[in-house]
Design a protein around this ligand. Sequence first.
Ligand SMILES: Cc1cc2nc3c(=O)[nH]c(=O)nc-3n(C[C@H](O)[C@H](O)[C@H](O)COP(=O)(O)OP(=O)(O)OC[C@H]3O[C@@H](n4cnc5c(N)ncnc54)[C@H](O)[C@@H]3O)c2cc1C
Length: 311
Amino acid sequence: MKSSPLINRNHAIVVGGSFAGLMTAKALSRYFKQVTIIEKDTVHRYPESRKGQSHTKHLHGLLPCALNILNDYFPGFYEEIYNNGGVVNDLGTSMNWFTHGGFKKSLFLNIRGVSLSRPLLEHLVRERVLSLSNVTLIDNTAAKALLSSDDKQRVTGVMIEDTQCRESTRLNADLVVDCMGRGSQTSKWLKGMGYAVVPTSEVKINVTYTTRLYKRDPDDVRGRLWIACTPEAPKERRNGAIFPIEGNRWIVSVGGWHGEKAATDEHEFLEFLKTLPNPNIYDIASTCEPLSDIIQYKYPVSIRRNYEKMD
Ligand SMILES: Cc1cc2nc3c(=O)[nH]c(=O)nc-3n(C[C@H](O)[C@H](O)[C@H](O)COP(=O)(O)OP(=O)(O)OC[C@H]3O[C@@H](n4cnc5c(N)ncnc54)[C@H](O)[C@@H]3O)c2cc1C
């Protein structure tokens, strides 16, 4: 980031304390005297899926490039994942991936891959970010509106509200970053300030994830693999994966696009797994002890808000 004379570097506010919010706070902490993260949920100092980001209960893979960036930001991060029960392996030799009619060849790629739950990943990042002396996270606090200069040409802070006592406070800042995820309110707030409606582009996808956790035998050699099957679009729409995660558990997420989905009923869930072309997913799920209910997450559409097209 180049130094700009146009902006003071006293205080930055990041709205949303999930993955993007934490990483943004880390990046800004080098350039601002104080960074404040505003999060509407209660945030605990342990791995959790919060109400505001319930998708984190589902299987998440971390691509190697992102892992390298995390390790650059937080030296020793690989070791930390491993020490917390995450599975660290070569991405190529740990691959059991069925796609386009066959299994990908398993071979040594010399690329490190990890498998852990999304809540643990976020917890490890959060601990590192909150250890920075100039970063503060204020939880149970929702951003309700943007504050602006009289001519509405500049955002000068955020109106925040305590989600418990409903008390509102004005919080000034030199920079405000929206990390509110899919539920972002920024376009609505800008409209309230007199700006035009933000143009959007949409991809209708109608995705459903259905997920369950299972007990994993630590001696099960399959626990060193990431097991997946991805469809050959457009003729196939079902997909699924089972990954080993911390706490000697498996996480299974299956589903599909354009209306294809697994049920949350146990029998039908297993029947769906049976139809997947990678038999390992059904084999493991049908023989291991379930540790959770079967849960579902749906999103009908992905939306890009084209702020760059606004005056
Ligand atoms: C089912 C599913 C599976 C996925 N799998 C993968 C995967 O395998 N690999 C991968 O890299 N990505 C995956 N993704 C994408 C990934 O989960 C998201 O990109 C990522 O979680 C987005 O993080 P975020 O911080 O931008 O937003 P979110 O995680 O949505 O967080 C937004 C935060 O903002 C807070 N917030 C919202 N409004 C306010 C407000 N007004 N005031 C204060 N706080 C507010 C919320 O409480 C929340 O904490 C998946 C997504 C889904 C839905």
